[in-house]
Structures are given as C-alpha cells and as structure tokens.
Design a protein around this ligand. Structure first.
Ligand code: GCU
Length: 595
C-alpha cells in the first residue's frame, strides 16, 4: 500500500497537480506592494540536476531547498550565495554572453526579510517568466505556471515567515512541441524572469479584480462588476469617479460580486483625446485607485467605429524588444521609447505581436491614445488535438484579458497568428474566440490569418476562421516571400466576409545603410519600393479598415543568420535595431499623414 501512495504522490507531483496559482490580482501598481526586483542569485542547470535525481525521479532535496553544508563533512553540490547573479526583471540571454542561445533551466534565488502583520494577506506576484516556472518559498513548492507573457500570483499569507525568507524559482525556456508557442517562432526565445516580481499586501477581505467600462452599445451608462475575496459581511462597496461626481454604493451578491450600472456621460477616450478618469474602489478595508478611459468600439459591416465614428487604423506591428539594447522590453521608459517611435511614424494603432506585452506598454498606450491589438502566442503549427495545449492557450488568453480588461487602448483580442488551415485547428481557434467573448463582450475578436489565391492574380481573404471573428486580420508578403514588389501592381483582392479587414502584416527586409537599386535585395531602396507598391495595392483592397505593417524595428531572431546583413536579426523594421530610420519609414509616414 505504501508503495502505491508513494507512486501516487510522484504522479501528482509530476503532472503538477499541486500547481495552483491564485486568482490573478489586477492593477498591482495601485496596491500596497514590496518590490523584489534587483539582483537574484542564479544557477544554470541544463540537466535539471537541481530538480531530478540521477534516475530522473523528482529529488525531494533539490536546489529549491537552498541547503548549506551542515558540517565540514557534509556534501552539498550547489550554493546560491556563492553563485553569480542576474537582474530581475530581464531576460538572461542578453545579460550573459554564455546564455545568449541558452534554452533550459536557470534557478533563481532571492532572500528577503519580512515583518508579519497581525492581519491582512500576502501574495507573491510575477509579471511574467518565460516559459515554465516552478516557484518555492522557504523550500516549499507554491505552484507552477506555463506561458512566458502573462502574470501569475500565489497566496503566501500562511507560508511567509516573520524575519528571513527565501524564494527559489525554476525557470525553463525549453521550446516544446505541445507548447504555446510551439517549437518554431520567428522571435528570440528570451528566458528568465522577464518582468516585475512583487509581494502584494491586501486586507483579509479585499478586491482582487474589477471591470469598469461603458456599457456595450451605450455612451451614457458606466457598467461592470467588482469581485471580492473573503468578503463575509454584506457591507457596501463604493465606486467613486470624482470628476463625474459618482459615489455609488453597491452590495456584493451571494458570490461576492458587486455589479453596477450607473448613468453617466464621461468625456470619451480617443486618439485625439485620451481622457482618463481616476476611478476609486473603496471598501471599509482598502482603497484601490486606477485610471480608466471610457470608449465604445464596434463594427458595422466592413467598418470599425470608435465612439460611433468610423476609424481607419494607421498601425504598425511591434515585438517586445527595446531599441539599442535589443532585449526584452519591460519598463515604463521602454514603453515610452517604443510608442514614441510608433507615433513618430504617424500611428494611432499598434499590433503588439505575438504575445501579451508588459503592462507598461498598455498603460502608456492608454495615456497616449494609441489603439492596441493584443495577442496570445498561438503561433504557426500548434498541437491542435492536444487538450492540455488548448488549456494552456485558453489560460494565457484568460490571463491576458484579466490583466488588461480595464485598458481603453485595447480594442482587439487576437487568438493567434498564421495558423495553418485544418479542421482540428478551426475547432481549437473557434473555442478560443468563444472563450474570449465569454471573458469580455465589449471588445472585438480577431486573428492574423493567411491569404488564399483563387487564381494567380486574385487573392481572397476567406479563412473559415473568419466566420468566428469580428475583424479579419490577414498577413501577406507580396514583394518579399511572394514575387517581387512589382507583383503588387497586378493583384486583385476579394473577400468572403462582409467584415472589416486589417492587413496585419506586409513588409520586407533592409539592412540600414545598405544602398543600391530597388531590385537589389536587402537594400533600403528595395524595401522603400516594396512599400510604395504595397500601399498602391492596399488602396484596392475591399473592406480595408487598417494595417499593421511588419514591423516597427529590427528584432532578434534565431532564424535569420545571414552574416553582414541579418546577423540573427529580422531586418523588416522601418527602424534599425539602433533606432535609425530607413527610407521606407518616410513612405509609410507620408501615407499615414495623407489619411
Ligand atoms: C510571419 C510571422 C512573423 C515573422 C514574419 C517574417 O508572417 O507572422 O512572426 O517575423 O512573417 O517572416 O518576417
């Protein structure tokens, strides 16, 4: 019997049945928090020696114990305190040359002191860690998280000690066939704790999450809900929007959720006027402040309407990479720089590809009045018939929407990019669109699909996934992967849907500073000519309501080795990775100015 129980525990351990993240706490910057950013001790562990015994069974005395020798004869073959460090937040690839291409496990350790209070709760919060994280506090497993671009947190109220504590995190960025994304991506597989780590302190009864926005289809009603945790008594919760003279008392329902609909006529948020209101949620235990913009977004046939006015989305695609240093972006300064570059291009819209970017980007877009397409990394050849792969994708979708549902700038949730057509893929993606709508029925659902030639000179946007989308995204590379730029002058477009269409990618590479005639590939003139001919074609595309050319800035990719030209960069940027403008930048900027 004992043997059976032991194996049962091993199985549970292995399938991470112990892994439970607590409900996501949103608006962490509006809460009492202690930052754990800074230097963390690290051990690079390619064989996962810190996790498994030599027989590849889980080691109960792994590195997460942070053990020290008990006496001079005791053999402990690791030591965090005499190991090297990495900065958190930050990818490991660009912090240490030896980790540039590394894919595997790195153990992180942070010791910290804490003064326990006689009431209240404590959560350990991660902005993101790529790709799989297993988190321990004082040698005890808290749980695990899959996915490199969404936040997660664990309640540690009863586990954190008064005095000295230590956190150990096993971060593994190995690519997996069953992963989301899967084995093949055209971006750098940055590993590590790539965003903020914080201790969040809340009252015993607190508000983890809420949704405040214009009621769908109305401009004079603010509606939403406030979810409470541990609220035993049916006490009032107040929603205040001082500038609108709103001080609204609500009582949570039997599930602890306080719902509301309030007559109000806020100034509407838009690119021309990115008006944000201070919104306060007050209980007898806490006061949470946020800044929220009120706007409506809808489609009418093949057009998109913002606040009841038709809008053309002058966009650009962006990877989460900071200029000059070309590493994972994460800070408010990175967001200001990157979105400043997009606005210099004349954009009112950005496609944050191919995964949820850090929250600073979305908050900065709110402040600047830049509309956002936000996407989960269901990218290329995902394992459509693997149920745990779907659970993973659905969980990342839920975490993305939960974190950002109060951000006016986000108008589109994208459920994927360039996924190859098949029945299993369609079923998988359709379920994701249904999940997205169940989580947020105020925004538009999209995906970047691929074109289909009905004859050598006619393209039809007819991906069956379009049936389940509000807005069709479509990538096309005429002039780069598909003929030369002059081909764009010969193509006719048709569409299978009476829905808005965004050309979510087009473009071509150019090495900044390399000049030649327009037919010499990799030259700035080639890229410039491609943009001229593409824009000439785009005007002829029916239902076109926007575009996000690929891409704002050159970015690192393991798939682009060509020496002297690519050097492991994808060179489709309109800016070089050093922030230098290429000739095609001015073609697109002048086109947007003319819109
Ligand atoms: C694809 C893909 C991008 C990629 C780009 C390219 O369409 O969506 O992630 O970087 O094309 O090949 O440059």
């Amino acid at each position: 019997m004992k043997k059976f129980i032991f194996f049962l525990i091993v199985i549970l351990f292995e399938v991470n049945l112990f892994s439970q993240t607590s409900n996501l706490i949103t608006n962490v910057d509006g809460r009492k928090a202690i930052s754990l950013n800074g230097e963390w001790k690290v051990i690079v562990d390619p064989y996962e020696t810190g996790y498994y015994t030599y027989r590849r069974t889980p080691d109960p005395n792994g590195y997460f114990k942070n053990a020290l020798p008990k006496d001079k004869s005791d053999k402990v073959e690791y030591n965090f305190d005499s190991s090297e460090s990495l900065l958190v937040p930050g990818d490991w690839n660009t912090q240490k040359e030896k980790l540039f291409f590394y894919e595997g496990t790195v153990w992180y350790k942070k010791s910290f002191g804490y003064q326990k209070k006689n009431s209240g709760r404590v959560f350990l919060y991660f902005g993101a860690a790529n790709y799989e994280s297993i988190v321990y506090l004082n040698g005890e497993k808290l749980g695990s998280h899959l996915g490199g671009f969404t936040p997660f947190n664990f309640e540690i109220t009863d586990k954190i000690k008064d005095g000295d504590n230590f956190i150990v995190v096993k971060v593994d960025n190995k690519r997996l066939a069953e992963g989301v994304p899967t084995l093949n991506t055209d971006w750098w597989n940055y590993g590590g704790i790539t965003r903020d780590v914080k201790l969040i302190e809340t009252p015993d009864q607190f508000v983890p999450d809420y949704f405040v926005q214009l009621k769908k289809g109305s401009a004079d009603t603010i509606a939403g809900w406030i979810r409470t945790d541990g609220m035993k008594n049916k006490k009032n919760i107040s929603l205040l929007i001082p500038e609108l003279k709103i001080d609204y008392k609500i009582i949570p329902d039997e599930n602890g959720v306080a719902r509301f609909e309030i007559k109000a006529s806020p100034e509407l948020w838009s690119p021309e006027n990115p008006k944000l209101y201070e919104v306060i949620i007050k209980t007898e235990f806490e006061e949470i402040k946020d800044r929220i913009g009120f706007r409506s977004i809808e489609t009418r046939g093949p057009e998109i309407y913002l606040n009841g006015k038709k809008i053309f989305l002058k966009g650009i695609s962006i990877h989460e990479e900071a200029p000059v240093r070309s590493s994972r972006a994460y800070s408010p300064e990175d967001a200001q720089k990157i979105l400043g570059m997009a606005q210099e291009l004349g954009c009112n819209f950005v496609r944050l590809a191919h995964y949820p970017h850090n929250e600073n980007m979305i908050r900065e877009a709110d402040r600047r009045g830049i509309l956002v397409w936000s996407e989960i990394p269901v990218y290329w050849t995902i394992q459509w018939e693997n149920s745990s792969t779907f659970e993973n994708a659905a969980n990342q979708l839920e975490e993305m929407i939960t974190r950002d549902r109060n951000r006016a700038s986000i108008i589109l949730w994208s459920v994927g990019n360039e996924t190859p057509r098949s029945e299993p893929r369609l079923a998988f993606m359709k379920k994701l669109t249904e999940k997205a709508r169940s989580l947020d029925n105020t925004r538009l659902i999209t995906a970047a699909t691929e074109i289909h030639y009905t004859d050598p000179r006619t393209i039809m946007t007819n991906d069956p996934l379009g049936e389940y989308l509000d807005v069709l995204g479509c990538n096309e590379y005429i002039g780069w992967y598909d003929g030369l730029p002059s081909k764009a002058e010969t193509i006719n477009w048709t569409t299978a849907f009476n829905k808005p269409l965004i050309i979510s990618e087009f473009g071509g590479d150019a090495k900044f500073g390399f000049h030649a005639d327009p037919l010499t590939i990799w030259s700035e003139e080639f890229q410039e000519d491609l943009y001229i001919k593409q824009l000439g074609m785009l005007k002829r595309i029916p239902n076109l309501c926007g575009m996000t050319p690929w891409i704002l800035m050159d970015f690192r990719s393991p798939r682009r080795p060509l020496p002297g030209i690519q050097d492991f960069f994808n060179r489709k940027g309109l800016y070089s990775n050093l922030g230098e403008k290429k000739k095609a930048f001015y073609i697109l900027r002048d086109f947007y100015k003319s819109k």
